[in-house]
Design a protein around this ligand. Structure first.
Ligand SMILES: [Zn+2]
Length: 138
């Protein structure tokens, strides 16, 4: 758990429901390549699971009828303390309501729904754009 806190801080994330996983070599991150042709570049990849307990269905509101229903995977773009393009290979918990049949995916305060760029990354990009605009005006 303390490892999670250290990595969350390093990646500028806050959601305690993100649990990082290491690979067979015991590494918490690894390098891999993304993109094609001229856009192919080296990335630093972290892997994690996003999961938590749900007591109520988000659709019908019934209690104690939600069960775990597999996982869905996505790759999020992050800003970290390194110079690399930092990515988070995130497995998100799926849930199923036994009462109404609704299925839904775990959500994180660090990422907007259906968006693969972290909220903090967006803030940093906006700040850099504002600084560039201020520099041009001078
Ligand atoms: Zn339901």
């Amino acid at each position: 758990m303390s490892q999670d806190n250290c990595i969350l801080r390093e990646l500028n994330l806050k959601d305690k429901n993100i649990h990082f996983t290491d690979n067979e070599a015991g590494e918490w991150n690894y390098f891999d390549y993304r993109g094609r042709g001229d856009k192919r570049h080296k990335c630093l990849i972290y892997t994690a699971n996003l999961t938590y307990s749900v007591s109520r269905c988000s659709d019908c509101g019934f209690r104690d009828c939600v069960e775990h229903w597999g996982w869905t995977s996505t790759e999020m773009r992050l800003t970290g303390t390194s110079l690399w393009d930092v990515r988070l290979a995130l497995r998100k918990q799926r849930f199923h309501c036994k009462n109404c049949g609704n299925t839904f995916t775990a959500a994180s305060s660090d990422f907007k729904k259906n968006c693969q760029i972290s909220r903090n990354t967006k803030v940093i990009v906006k700040q850099n754009l504002n600084e560039d605009m201020m520099t041009e005006k001078l």
